[in-house]
Design a protein around this ligand. Structure first.
Ligand SMILES: [Zn+2]
Length: 276
Protein backbone atom coordinates (compact mmCIF):
# COMPACT_ATOMS: atom_id res chain seq x y z
CA UNK A 1 0.00 0.00 0.00
CA UNK A 2 1.38 3.41 -0.85
CA UNK A 3 2.53 5.32 2.23
CA UNK A 4 3.56 8.93 2.73
CA UNK A 5 6.57 8.93 0.35
CA UNK A 6 4.64 7.18 -2.42
CA UNK A 7 1.57 9.41 -2.12
CA UNK A 8 3.70 12.56 -1.84
CA UNK A 9 5.60 11.50 -4.97
CA UNK A 10 2.29 11.15 -6.82
CA UNK A 11 1.23 14.56 -5.54
CA UNK A 12 4.42 16.20 -6.78
CA UNK A 13 4.00 14.69 -10.23
CA UNK A 14 0.31 15.55 -10.54
CA UNK A 15 0.18 19.01 -8.96
CA UNK A 16 1.71 20.90 -11.92
CA UNK A 17 -0.66 19.31 -14.43
CA UNK A 18 -3.81 19.54 -12.31
CA UNK A 19 -3.58 22.91 -10.60
CA UNK A 20 -5.60 25.56 -12.41
CA UNK A 21 -7.35 23.01 -14.63
CA UNK A 22 -11.12 22.57 -14.79
CA UNK A 23 -12.62 19.07 -14.79
CA UNK A 24 -14.97 18.08 -17.60
CA UNK A 25 -16.83 14.97 -18.68
CA UNK A 26 -15.99 13.14 -15.49
CA UNK A 27 -16.80 9.45 -15.76
CA UNK A 28 -16.69 7.12 -12.79
CA UNK A 29 -17.34 3.57 -13.86
CA UNK A 30 -16.92 1.73 -10.55
CA UNK A 31 -19.52 2.18 -7.82
CA UNK A 32 -17.02 0.95 -5.22
CA UNK A 33 -14.96 4.09 -5.73
CA UNK A 34 -17.66 6.42 -4.40
CA UNK A 35 -19.90 4.18 -2.34
CA UNK A 36 -22.28 4.61 -0.71
CA UNK A 37 -22.82 7.50 -3.13
CA UNK A 38 -23.91 6.95 -6.71
CA UNK A 39 -20.85 7.33 -8.99
CA UNK A 40 -22.91 9.07 -11.67
CA UNK A 41 -24.06 11.62 -9.11
CA UNK A 42 -20.51 12.24 -7.85
CA UNK A 43 -19.21 12.56 -11.41
CA UNK A 44 -21.88 15.17 -12.15
CA UNK A 45 -20.92 17.11 -9.01
CA UNK A 46 -17.24 17.08 -10.04
CA UNK A 47 -18.01 18.31 -13.54
CA UNK A 48 -16.91 21.92 -13.96
CA UNK A 49 -14.93 22.10 -10.72
CA UNK A 50 -11.59 23.86 -11.13
CA UNK A 51 -8.54 22.62 -9.20
CA UNK A 52 -7.02 25.18 -6.88
CA UNK A 53 -4.39 22.99 -5.25
CA UNK A 54 -3.35 19.38 -4.90
CA UNK A 55 -2.52 18.65 -1.28
CA UNK A 56 -1.66 15.59 0.74
CA UNK A 57 -2.38 14.66 4.33
CA UNK A 58 -1.03 11.33 5.47
CA UNK A 59 -1.96 8.83 2.77
CA UNK A 60 -4.78 11.00 1.38
CA UNK A 61 -4.43 13.01 -1.79
CA UNK A 62 -6.63 16.09 -1.51
CA UNK A 63 -7.83 17.76 -4.68
CA UNK A 64 -8.89 21.20 -3.47
CA UNK A 65 -11.23 23.01 -5.83
CA UNK A 66 -11.81 26.77 -6.22
CA UNK A 67 -15.32 26.21 -4.83
CA UNK A 68 -13.85 25.12 -1.48
CA UNK A 69 -14.93 21.54 -2.00
CA UNK A 70 -12.31 18.83 -1.85
CA UNK A 71 -12.00 15.37 -3.34
CA UNK A 72 -10.25 13.04 -0.91
CA UNK A 73 -8.54 10.23 -2.75
CA UNK A 74 -7.17 7.21 -0.93
CA UNK A 75 -5.21 4.88 -3.19
CA UNK A 76 -5.33 1.95 -0.71
CA UNK A 77 -3.61 -1.09 -2.23
CA UNK A 78 -3.36 -0.50 -5.96
CA UNK A 79 -4.92 2.84 -6.93
CA UNK A 80 -2.93 5.00 -9.32
CA UNK A 81 -3.35 7.96 -11.66
CA UNK A 82 -2.31 8.29 -15.27
CA UNK A 83 -1.98 11.64 -17.00
CA UNK A 84 -2.04 11.86 -20.77
CA UNK A 85 -1.18 15.39 -21.99
CA UNK A 86 -2.62 14.62 -25.44
CA UNK A 87 -5.86 13.24 -24.02
CA UNK A 88 -5.12 9.79 -25.34
CA UNK A 89 -5.27 7.33 -22.47
CA UNK A 90 -5.10 3.84 -23.92
CA UNK A 91 -7.65 1.15 -23.04
CA UNK A 92 -7.25 -0.27 -19.57
CA UNK A 93 -9.51 -2.94 -18.09
CA UNK A 94 -8.67 -1.68 -14.60
CA UNK A 95 -9.59 1.95 -15.22
CA UNK A 96 -12.24 3.16 -12.79
CA UNK A 97 -12.54 6.84 -13.69
CA UNK A 98 -11.57 9.32 -16.39
CA UNK A 99 -11.50 13.11 -16.18
CA UNK A 100 -11.01 15.45 -19.11
CA UNK A 101 -9.03 18.56 -18.26
CA UNK A 102 -9.69 21.91 -19.95
CA UNK A 103 -6.26 21.88 -21.60
CA UNK A 104 -7.09 18.76 -23.59
CA UNK A 105 -5.32 16.35 -21.26
CA UNK A 106 -6.92 13.31 -19.67
CA UNK A 107 -6.56 12.03 -16.16
CA UNK A 108 -7.25 8.36 -15.61
CA UNK A 109 -7.62 6.45 -12.36
CA UNK A 110 -6.90 2.72 -12.33
CA UNK A 111 -7.25 0.30 -9.48
CA UNK A 112 -6.73 -3.44 -9.83
CA UNK A 113 -7.87 -4.49 -6.34
CA UNK A 114 -10.56 -1.78 -6.17
CA UNK A 115 -10.03 -0.74 -2.55
CA UNK A 116 -9.32 2.90 -3.40
CA UNK A 117 -11.87 5.59 -2.57
CA UNK A 118 -12.97 8.99 -3.88
CA UNK A 119 -14.88 11.10 -1.39
CA UNK A 120 -16.18 14.52 -2.35
CA UNK A 121 -16.51 16.79 0.67
CA UNK A 122 -18.34 20.09 1.01
CA UNK A 123 -16.18 23.06 2.09
CA UNK A 124 -17.42 23.07 5.68
CA UNK A 125 -16.68 19.35 6.15
CA UNK A 126 -13.16 19.11 4.75
CA UNK A 127 -10.95 20.01 7.70
CA UNK A 128 -13.06 18.19 10.30
CA UNK A 129 -13.08 15.01 8.24
CA UNK A 130 -9.31 15.02 7.86
CA UNK A 131 -8.65 16.19 11.41
CA UNK A 132 -10.63 13.27 12.85
CA UNK A 133 -8.60 10.69 10.95
CA UNK A 134 -5.12 12.02 10.40
CA UNK A 135 -2.54 13.07 12.98
CA UNK A 136 0.40 15.43 12.48
CA UNK A 137 2.61 15.29 9.40
CA UNK A 138 5.87 13.65 10.50
CA UNK A 139 7.99 15.71 8.10
CA UNK A 140 6.54 19.08 9.13
CA UNK A 141 8.95 21.41 10.95
CA UNK A 142 6.30 21.83 13.62
CA UNK A 143 6.30 18.11 14.46
CA UNK A 144 8.69 17.71 17.36
CA UNK A 145 9.84 14.76 19.37
CA UNK A 146 7.76 15.92 22.33
CA UNK A 147 4.61 15.81 20.15
CA UNK A 148 5.36 12.18 19.46
CA UNK A 149 5.99 11.56 23.18
CA UNK A 150 2.55 12.98 24.05
CA UNK A 151 0.90 10.71 21.51
CA UNK A 152 2.66 7.60 22.78
CA UNK A 153 2.19 8.29 26.49
CA UNK A 154 -0.01 5.81 28.32
CA UNK A 155 -0.38 3.48 25.35
CA UNK A 156 0.16 -0.20 26.08
CA UNK A 157 -0.05 -1.17 22.40
CA UNK A 158 3.16 -2.30 20.71
CA UNK A 159 5.10 0.68 19.38
CA UNK A 160 4.65 -0.58 15.84
CA UNK A 161 0.86 -0.66 16.23
CA UNK A 162 0.95 2.83 17.76
CA UNK A 163 2.82 4.36 14.83
CA UNK A 164 0.65 2.53 12.29
CA UNK A 165 -2.31 4.36 13.85
CA UNK A 166 -2.78 7.29 11.45
CA UNK A 167 -3.82 9.55 14.34
CA UNK A 168 -0.40 9.14 15.99
CA UNK A 169 1.45 10.34 12.91
CA UNK A 170 0.16 10.67 9.38
CA UNK A 171 1.26 8.48 6.52
CA UNK A 172 3.44 5.83 8.19
CA UNK A 173 2.40 2.33 7.09
CA UNK A 174 3.87 -1.14 7.34
CA UNK A 175 7.01 -0.45 5.32
CA UNK A 176 8.17 2.79 6.90
CA UNK A 177 7.19 1.65 10.40
CA UNK A 178 9.59 -1.31 10.13
CA UNK A 179 12.28 0.87 8.56
CA UNK A 180 11.94 3.52 11.28
CA UNK A 181 12.03 1.02 14.15
CA UNK A 182 15.19 -0.57 12.74
CA UNK A 183 16.85 2.83 12.45
CA UNK A 184 15.82 3.67 16.03
CA UNK A 185 16.93 0.23 17.29
CA UNK A 186 13.54 -0.41 18.85
CA UNK A 187 11.80 -3.77 19.00
CA UNK A 188 8.40 -3.52 17.30
CA UNK A 189 6.67 -5.21 20.26
CA UNK A 190 7.90 -2.73 22.90
CA UNK A 191 4.85 -1.19 24.59
CA UNK A 192 4.57 2.37 23.23
CA UNK A 193 4.47 3.90 26.71
CA UNK A 194 7.69 2.11 27.73
CA UNK A 195 9.88 4.28 25.50
CA UNK A 196 11.95 6.81 27.44
CA UNK A 197 12.55 10.34 26.15
CA UNK A 198 15.78 9.38 24.43
CA UNK A 199 14.11 6.48 22.63
CA UNK A 200 11.20 8.65 21.52
CA UNK A 201 13.71 11.12 20.19
CA UNK A 202 15.49 8.35 18.29
CA UNK A 203 12.18 7.15 16.84
CA UNK A 204 11.18 10.67 15.84
CA UNK A 205 14.47 11.11 13.99
CA UNK A 206 14.30 7.60 12.50
CA UNK A 207 10.77 8.06 11.13
CA UNK A 208 11.78 11.25 9.40
CA UNK A 209 14.95 9.70 7.98
CA UNK A 210 13.10 6.63 6.70
CA UNK A 211 10.39 8.75 5.09
CA UNK A 212 12.91 11.17 3.58
CA UNK A 213 14.86 8.26 2.13
CA UNK A 214 11.62 7.06 0.54
CA UNK A 215 10.88 10.51 -0.87
CA UNK A 216 14.36 10.82 -2.34
CA UNK A 217 13.84 7.54 -4.17
CA UNK A 218 10.36 8.60 -5.30
CA UNK A 219 8.78 5.94 -3.17
CA UNK A 220 8.94 2.22 -3.53
CA UNK A 221 7.39 0.21 -6.31
CA UNK A 222 5.52 -2.83 -5.09
CA UNK A 223 2.70 -4.59 -6.86
CA UNK A 224 0.66 -2.16 -8.91
CA UNK A 225 1.86 1.18 -7.61
CA UNK A 226 2.84 3.40 -10.53
CA UNK A 227 3.57 7.07 -10.97
CA UNK A 228 1.21 9.16 -13.15
CA UNK A 229 3.65 9.08 -16.08
CA UNK A 230 4.10 5.31 -15.85
CA UNK A 231 7.42 5.59 -13.98
CA UNK A 232 8.26 3.84 -10.77
CA UNK A 233 10.20 4.54 -7.59
CA UNK A 234 13.24 2.62 -6.41
CA UNK A 235 13.00 2.70 -2.62
CA UNK A 236 12.39 -1.07 -2.54
CA UNK A 237 16.10 -1.50 -3.32
CA UNK A 238 17.02 0.52 -0.23
CA UNK A 239 14.94 -1.16 2.46
CA UNK A 240 16.94 -1.95 5.58
CA UNK A 241 14.61 -4.66 6.90
CA UNK A 242 11.24 -4.60 5.13
CA UNK A 243 10.83 -7.81 3.14
CA UNK A 244 14.40 -8.86 3.88
CA UNK A 245 13.82 -11.92 6.09
CA UNK A 246 16.97 -14.04 6.42
CA UNK A 247 19.27 -11.41 4.93
CA UNK A 248 22.06 -10.01 7.13
CA UNK A 249 21.36 -6.83 9.09
CA UNK A 250 23.40 -4.01 7.56
CA UNK A 251 24.59 -2.96 11.04
CA UNK A 252 25.45 -6.23 12.73
CA UNK A 253 25.15 -9.07 10.20
CA UNK A 254 22.46 -10.95 12.17
CA UNK A 255 19.77 -12.41 9.88
CA UNK A 256 16.64 -10.24 9.74
CA UNK A 257 13.69 -11.98 11.39
CA UNK A 258 10.00 -11.80 10.57
CA UNK A 259 7.19 -11.82 13.13
CA UNK A 260 3.60 -10.63 13.21
CA UNK A 261 2.66 -7.45 15.03
CA UNK A 262 -0.85 -5.99 14.97
CA UNK A 263 -1.69 -8.56 12.29
CA UNK A 264 1.02 -7.28 9.97
CA UNK A 265 4.19 -8.97 8.71
CA UNK A 266 7.02 -7.27 10.59
CA UNK A 267 10.74 -7.39 9.87
CA UNK A 268 13.38 -6.49 12.43
CA UNK A 269 16.90 -7.32 13.58
CA UNK A 270 16.75 -9.55 16.68
CA UNK A 271 20.16 -8.28 17.81
CA UNK A 272 19.89 -4.51 17.20
CA UNK A 273 16.25 -4.31 18.26
CA UNK A 274 15.95 -6.02 21.63
CA UNK A 275 12.75 -6.50 23.53
CA UNK A 276 14.13 -6.56 27.07
ZN1 LIG B 1 21.35 -5.76 13.52
Amino acid sequence: MPELPEVETVRRRLAPVLEGRAWRNVEISDPRLTRPLDPVEVARELDGERVDRLDRRGKYLIVRFDSGRALLVHLRMTGSFQHSPEGALGDDPHRRAVVELDDGAELGYRDVRRFGTWLLLEPEDVEAYIGDRVGPEPLADTFRSRDLAVRLAGRRAPIKAAILDQRTVAGVGNIYADEALWRAKLHPLRPAASLDAREVQALHRAMRKALEAGLERQGSTLRDYRLPDGGSGSMQDEFKVYGRGGEPCERCGTPIDKIRVAGRGTWYCPRCQRLG
